[in-house]
Design a protein around this ligand. Structure first.
Ligand code: SAH
Length: 594
């Protein structure tokens, strides 16, 4: 496949105007306008410059990554002074379109004036109304100092349906997240805004639609405008836009295009010492595509349809997806056709009835066809790279491929922490964490899993990664609880223990339910740590929220009579976006013992 065709530097249709003095683009959702990370430049300036063969570009504005719309660049240096003066002097007239919920009925116009202060995690918040009574733009707000900035946004309602409204915004100031935080504060958050509590939507429903200014060279008044995105135009249509996507091929193609753009840096990051060729391309509602997950493995895609849990206990062929969104074959085919059109060599399919505790034969041909459902087959053992680490996966061998991609960032952490460490990897499966630890310079590793077949694949992964299998790398085909008890009795101690169990499991000797048994498991793992040692604890059980997971780990510390110096929540990876109002599936924390 041609990755540069799937993830091109820039698409010519994004350029709206180019007169040699200024160039105006319609930035899509998912493309950053911040200065590039020098190692992985995926921002709009670097990409546009590459498209223009290294041409000069002067930048004077920013747009949030998930906001679409107008950006004006100087095409030559002579245009900079005027653009800078106009943007800094606020003489540019900036028009936006926003889809919101909750805007009061009968209020057709308003001016929002708020004092904003940086909050946690890069968000902003409105400073309390009384202390910032009647703020004026540019006003000094006293002891909070220069961090407080006044934002002014004029709002005009241009359409409504029920609780949804489409607003035209006139941003008189240009503060970070201004429209998002001000509208949220006015109890009308922008739809799709996961940071500020917006209603579910296919994307962040905010678009920079017009810029009125003086042409920096000719001095003439000009208005640049970017057409309203289809998602915003459809905001007032009947029905749920998230469900409609599967019956509207253009909307589906747009959603997939958004998902691709959001992962440009991963898509193009397939060479160099940190090369990655396997990652998530579509993460269900987080990408506006409910009950669909799609992963990239090298030149292939693996699509996963999730049922809605209404499937019968002994599903007949074609019925295990229940009455949910995938019941209709024509719909499934539309999705597979749209995926096949993206430019990969083939598409594999996995069908997952939602009840993960119901045991299904994961090799059933109707749930996990051995051959791709579109395109050409991949090698039976497909080599992929993750941040430079090699792994082997099998795309047509049951429901799992042999590598859980949501653990990429945690495998990186293990690699960074492993130097000289004794590492125990519990529920090791195909030993992804063991490979990471060994590549990171672990002194010794033990991989424990109830499945000897999984450990055999783990050995293959270690060999494939160039690690020699000696006494330093032990494998225990054993029940994790039994192994923990015996290790404790032996006095075996570790610097790093990795705990990544399934949500439910039952082996000959033991039944494990994450919901009730995790704290006990974590306590036993903590008891094996050397002083200063660390536990990487993970769960993707949907019933355990991030805050409950922290409590479980503190309880485990108490039960193990072991003082914890830190319990650090680890953020979800960027290719697993969380929908507005949702919680990450993967919860991970790094616990350090005193
Ligand atoms: N941590 C793995 C993924 C775990 S998948 C990774 O990073 O890729 C869950 C694994 O737990 C399976 O391989 C299964 O065989 C194993 N397992 C389930 N119950 C077990 C038990 N009681 N003891 C040991 N392993 C168990």
């Amino acid at each position: 496949m041609d990755r540069r065709a799937v993830w091109p530097d820039f698409r010519p249709e994004w350029i709206l105007h180019d007169d040699g003095d200024v160039i105006v683009v319609d930035k899509p959702v998912g493309v950053s306008s911040q200065a590039a990370d020098p190692e992985r430049p995926d921002d709009v300036v670097t990409r546009l410059r590459a498209h223009l063969n290294g041409a000069y570009l002067g930048m004077h504005q920013r747009l949030d990554r998930d906001t679409s719309g107008l950006l004006v660049f100087a095409r030559r240096k002579e245009a900079n002074a005027s653009l800078a003066a106009q943007f800094e002097g606020r003489s540019v007239k900036k028009g936006y379109l926003a889809g919101v919920t909750g805007w009061p009925k009968g209020k057709s116009e308003a001016t929002l004036t708020d004092a904003l202060l940086p909050d946690q995690d890069g968000t902003m918040r409105v400073v309390d109304g009384r202390s910032a009574a009647r703020p004026q733009p540019g006003q000094d707000l006293g002891r909070r100092g220069s961090k407080v900035k006044v934002a002014v946004t004029k709002v005009k309602v241009v359409g409504r349906r029920g609780d949804r409204a489409l607003l035209e915004l006139d941003l008189e100031t240009g503060r970070t997240h201004q429209a998002r935080v001000q509208l949220a504060h006015a109890r009308s958050p922008i739809a799709g805004d996961a940071l500020y509590g917006g209603a579910p939507a296919p994307r962040l429903m905010l678009h920079a639609s017009s810029l009125g200014m003086k042409h920096p060279i000719t001095g003439k008044a000009v208005v640049f405008s970017a057409p309203a995105p289809a998602e915003l135009e459809a905001w007032l249509e009947k029905g749920d836009p998230l469900e409609r996507v599967y019956d509207d091929p253009p909307a589906l193609a747009r959603a997939l295009a958004r998902a691709l753009e959001r992962r440009w840096v991963l898509g193009r990051g397939d060479s160099g010492p940190r090369a990655t060729t396997a990652f998530r391309l579509v993460n269900e509602e987080g990408d506006g595509l409910p009950r669909l997950a799609v992963d990239v493995y090298g030149d292939w895609l693996v699509a996963q349809f999730y049922g809605d849990g209404t499937s019968p206990a002994t599903p007949e062929r074609g019925q295990h997806l229940g009455a949910g969104p995938w019941a209709e074959k024509a719909r499934r085919d539309r999705v597979l056709d749209a995926l096949a059109a993206l430019g990969f060599d083939g598409v594999y399919l996995k069908v997952r009835p939602r009840q993960s505790n119901v045991l299904v034969d994961t090799r059933r041909e109707d749930l996990a066809p051995a051959l791709p459902v579109r395109g050409a087959p991949a090698p039976a053992q497909l080599p992929i790279l993750e941040e430079g680490a090699p792994f082997l996966v099998r795309l047509g061998d049951g429901l799992s491929t042999g590598l859980f991609l949501d653990q990429r960032a945690n495998r990186r952490r293990v690699r960074e922490l492993a130097q000289g460490a004794a590492v125990a990897n519990l529920f090791a499966y195909t030993c992804g964490f063991t490979v990471a630890a060994a590549l990171g310079g672990a002194k010794r590793t033990v991989s424990v899993d109830a499945s000897a077949a999984a450990l055999e694949r783990g050995r293959e992964n270690l060999v494939h990664a160039g690690i020699s299998l000696g006494p330093d790398h032990a494998f225990a085909a054993d029940d994790a609880f039994g192994w923990l008890a015996r290790a404790a009795r032996r006095g075996d101690r570790f610097d790093l223990v990795i705990l990544d169990p399934p949500s439910y499991s039952s082996t000959k000797s033991r039944r494990f339910v994450a919901d009730t048994d995790y704290a006990d498991l974590a306590a036993q793992a903590l008891a094996l740590l050397n002083p200063g040692g660390r536990l990487l604890a993970c769960t993707n059980h949907r019933g355990i929220s991030p805050s409950r997971f922290r409590r479980i780990l503190f309880d485990a510390g108490r039960a193990a009579a072991c003082e914890l110096s830190q319990v650090k929540d680890l953020p979800e990876p960027a290719d697993y976006p969380v929908p507005s109002g949702g919680e990450p599936h993967m919860k991970a924390a790094l616990v350090t013992r005193v």
